[in-house]
Design a protein around this ligand. Structure first.
Ligand code: GRF
Length: 212
């Protein structure tokens, strides 16, 4: 059997998506393993979840910038990932924008989960945006990360209905279980090479299933 793909998960908060990935990797047949969990928040629940699973949990002090990591933090991050030979970075509720330098070093190796059907409602408060626009369907998207905000090539999506009395909170609660389902699945697809990025577009080894 091929060695599992070493991945890192970056998370700033609750870490429920991280948990779904950790749960998936509990299966020895899963083709990826979580080498480290990184957070810009020292008290993130995600770090606690990592420790409980016996995974390296590292807090990176983000520096003074609001939305980005400082250059020092960026350098430290790249150093740690190189040391652990990480081959895929999964952003799971990570509230910092990665630098161009980081994305060039990890070109095609960073993915994200977003709680809307991209390209609708990128950025913050996606569920609130969906409710305010009155869309009938929303959902979640796993995509490769490029230098834009929530703009990279899409790997998997799942749709859920939006009800007329939904609030951002009730909609988020309907979307979240779908996130927990498709994020580990996307990681599996990348780790087995079923999905690759070719010239900035997704390439499927076999005809892709349309059921997700
Ligand atoms: C999720 O809704 C994810 O789509 C978004 O941030 C939230 C993180 O939740 N990017 P959790 O920390 O994984 O529970």
């Amino acid at each position: 059997m091929k060695a599992p793909l070493p991945i890192a998960v970056f998370a700033s908060g609750r870490g429920s998506n991280l948990q779904s990935i950790l749960d998936a990797t509990d299966d020895p047949a899963f083709p990826a393993t979580v080498e480290l969990v990184i957070s810009d928040q020292a008290d993130a629940r995600a770090l606690e979840r990592a420790r409980l699973s016996g995974v390296n949990a590292i807090h990176i002090a983000p520096g003074e910038k609001r939305a980005r990591l400082s250059e020092e933090a960026d350098t430290r991050l790249l150093h740690i990932l190189a040391e652990k030979k990480v081959r895929l970075v999964a952003l799971a509720g990570f509230m910092r924008i990665l630098s161009g330098r980081f994305l060039r070093e990890f070109f095609g190796q960073v993915i994200n989960i977003h709680p809307s059907l991209l390209p609708s409602f990128p950025g913050l408060d996606a569920q609130d945006q969906a409710v305010r626009h009155g869309v009938r369907w929303s959902g979640c998207t796993v995509h490769f990360v490029d230098e834009g905000v929530d703009t990279g090539p899409i790997i998997l999506q799942a749709a859920v209905p939006v009800k007329s009395d939904d609030t951002a909170v009730t909609l988020a609660a309907r979307i979240l279980p779908e996130e927990h389902r498709i994020y580990p699945e996307a990681i599996r697809l990348i780790s087995t090479g079923e999905v690759t990025l070719v010239n900035g577009r997704l390439s499927w080894r076999q005809e892709r299933g349309e059921s997700l």
